[in-house]
Design a protein around this ligand. Structure first.
Ligand SMILES: Cc1cc2nc3c(=O)[nH]c(=O)nc-3n(C[C@H](O)[C@H](O)[C@H](O)COP(=O)(O)O)c2cc1C
Length: 229
């Protein structure tokens, strides 16, 4: 097949894949911004005492093979939970559903550093947003975190790459800097050095991860636009 431009080629390929995909989990068409629309918030509150108070949802998604990124994800989620009115869901990337993505007002992604880049399963998850999940994430608030074995092994590149994917999908992204923090710049996201066996993250790494969760949760309450609304 010959295409006049890469864009035309991409659209044709997307349409072919979408048409070939089975119904159900796989979307039968390329998503549009309207796919992110959900009914008024009052009609969509999930059951349960805590959720009944929730005005917005934050979804923390991580990939972790040996547990470090999972532990950092727990700290990020703990930070988000500090904010009243926000319901927080923490999930391994393999367990995320389309509904999780649609319902999330804020999305925080975490990945280990693999060869200075996003780990494959997290990248595949991102690549699946359009055709497999069929969601458009525009208007949601995003944040990112990473773990890595080296001081300069690429953690920041992972964070920035995750944020870039979110920006590319119309999301508003933010770092962890908190209005009340002493240092108000220099952190596009949270990151931590792989701890030695038996030890944990440093206090600064832990606090920064908490601030990331808290920051995104606060922003979600403030600027979540509910696409199409
Ligand atoms: C295939 C592979 C490639 C890696 N590449 C890097 C790297 O480029 N830079 C780095 O700092 N750490 C690298 N690491 C170390 C991991 O990022 C680090 O141990 C991380 O904390 C693992 O996260 P997890 O415990 O959540 O799986 C690599 C590990 C693996 C398995």
């Amino acid at each position: 097949m010959k295409c006049r431009s890469p864009l035309v080629c991409w659209i044709v390929a997307a349409a072919v894949v979408a048409a070939a995909a089975p119904s159900g989990v796989f979307a039968s068409r390329v998503p549009t911004p309207r796919d992110g629309v959900r009914p008024p918030l009052t009609a969509t509150l999930i059951q349960g005492a805590a959720a009944a108070q929730a005005e917005a949802n934050v979804l923390v998604v991580y990939y972790s093979q040996s547990g470090n990124t999972e532990r950092l994800a727990e700290v990020v989620a703990e930070g988000a939970q500090r904010v009243d009115g926000v319901s927080v869901t923490l999930k391994a990337v393999a367990d995320v559903t389309r509904e999780d993505l649609v319902e999330a007002d804020g999305l925080i992604l975490g990945s280990p550093t693999y060869y200075a880049n996003i780990a494959g399963p997290m990248k595949s998850f991102i690549d699946d947003w359009a055709l497999r999940y069929g969601v458009y994430l525009g208007g949601k608030v995003g944040g990112a975190f990473a773990t890595g074995g080296g001081d300069t092994g690429g953690k920041e590149h992972v964070v920035v790459s995750l944020l870039l994917a979110m920006m590319n999908n119309g999301m508003a992204v933010a770092g962890p800097t908190h209005e009340e923090a002493e240092v108000k710049f220099g952190y596009p996201g949270a990151s931590a050095l792989t701890p030695a066996p038996g030890s944990g993250f440093s206090d600064a790494e832990t606090e920064n991860a908490r601030l990331l969760g808290e920051r995104i949760a606060r922003l979600v309450l403030r600027i979540s636009t509910r696409v199409g609304g």
